[in-house]
Design a protein around this ligand. Structure first.
Ligand code: SF4
Length: 380
């Protein structure tokens, strides 16, 4: 067999033998008691697959349990307010996944009478479901035969067949899909899918592949060449840009905090956060915090904040996939609440109540910092 992208001769193994070895290994060693492997339904498999994207199994397990308790069916998810879905996702990151889950549930209810369609092509039309997730739902919960190519499977195939290059490149991506397709069995595909995921997650791991125990070791090209860690190829390095932002932790005398819901699009879409301002005026020791605030955020005067004190807290960096955000938190304690508040998008909440909302990750961090705050962090 030849592939579009390769540097070495293809591994000397037929697709049937490859599948057979993977399946025998799975029946002996695969994981069979993960929460989503019980009471298998398309709904449960779909939720687990979306949670497992970019997230480890151990992290997902408690989230999955909590999510299933609150949204036991597709209908309950479709009918829930999106805020509720986001708050059950809080901490898992990549929040577009949670918004898409909600949208997808509503689409399945409105366009497919509440049942997931039984073909990969139709599954792929749903919000947030790509080809690999569609394949996993179709094989694991519907007994169909379809290839998958999640991060774990990509790693196993790239190493075993020595597929050079970064899988983000179309040619490499297509070559891996071709291999995945060629090795997908017509029957027992649910176990094969699970087996490939397990192989990648438990033996062919990112940094320490346990090749001695791998059922594919005798034909694995990367192992033969001792180049396991070179596959899959790394993304070419580009320096991420750095943005800077001030988080205004506005606190009233009784300890309540002003939180604002972010617009649905963009980073942390739909989550609750402190008021955020771009850092236009450098923070420096020549200015008192009040002078700095006046200069940097004159718009705050328009909501008539009666400020009792201002503290500048140590900044920290939050990294997204495409840029770094340097966050400068500012604790502003008020004498009295402002005259106006946009009640649709802003609310005053006690810190414990705030923790119940779907929060941007740095906000959770700052709320924890606030609970340990000694009142003596003024850096001026
Ligand atoms: S032999 Fe090693 S590198 Fe090759 S597929 Fe198995 S675990 Fe991965």
């Amino acid at each position: 067999m030849t592939y579009a992208v390769k540097a070495e001769a293809s591994s000397n193994i037929s697709p049937q033998e490859f599948t057979q070895r993977v399946l025998s290994w799975y029946h002996q060693h695969g994981r069979k008691d993960l929460p989503w492997q019980k009471n298998i339904t398309p709904y449960r498999v779909w939720i687990s697959e979306i949670m497992l994207q970019q997230t480890q199994v151990a992290t997902v397990i408690p989230y999955f349990a909590k999510f299933m308790k609150r949204f036991p069916s597709l209908k309950s998810l479709a009918e829930a307010p999106v805020d509720d879905v986001l708050s059950h996702w809080s901490g898992l990151g990549y929040y577009a996944r949670a918004r898409n889950l909600h949208k997808c549930a509503q689409t399945v209810v409105s366009e497919f009478a509440g049942r997931f369609p039984k073909s990969v092509d139709e599954l792929e039309t749903l919000p947030g479901i790509g080809r690999s997730t569609a394949g996993a739902i179709a094989t694991i919960s519907m007994g169909l035969s379809a290839p998958i190519l999640d991060g774990n499977v990509k790693r196993v195939l790239a190493r075993h067949f020595a597929v050079e290059g970064w899988p983000g490149k179309t040619a490499v991506h297509n070559a891996l899909w071709d291999i995945a397709e060629a090795h997908t069995p017509d029957s027992d595909c649910n176990h094969y899918t699970q087996a490939m995921m397990d192989l990648g997650a438990t033996l062919c791991t990112r940094t320490k592949p346990d090749c001695k125990r791998c059922p594919l070791v005798s034909t694995c090209i990367a192992e033969k060449q001792n180049r396991q860690l070179e596959f899959p190829g790394k993304k070419p390095k580009v320096d991420k840009p750095v943005k800077q932002s001030v988080f205004l932790i506005i606190q009233s005398k009784n300890g309540n905090l002003l939180l604002e819901q972010r617009p649905p699009q963009g980073i942390w879409g739909g989550l609750w956060s402190f008021l955020e301002q771009p850092l236009n005026t450098p923070i420096n020791a020549d200015l008192s915090p009040e002078e700095w605030l006046d200069l940097a955020h004159p718009q705050l005067q328009s909501i008539n904040l009666k400020i009792d004190s201002v503290e500048i807290w140590p900044g920290f960096r939050h990294t997204f996939s495409h840029y770094h955000l340097d966050i400068y938190p500012l604790l502003i304690t008020l004498e009295s609440p402002p005259n106006t508040i946009n009640e649709k998008q802003q609310q005053w909440l006690a810190p414990a109540e705030a923790l119940e909302l779907g929060l941007a990750a740095p906000v959770t961090k700052l709320l924890k910092r606030l609970s340990n705050h000694s009142g003596n962090l003024n850096l001026f």
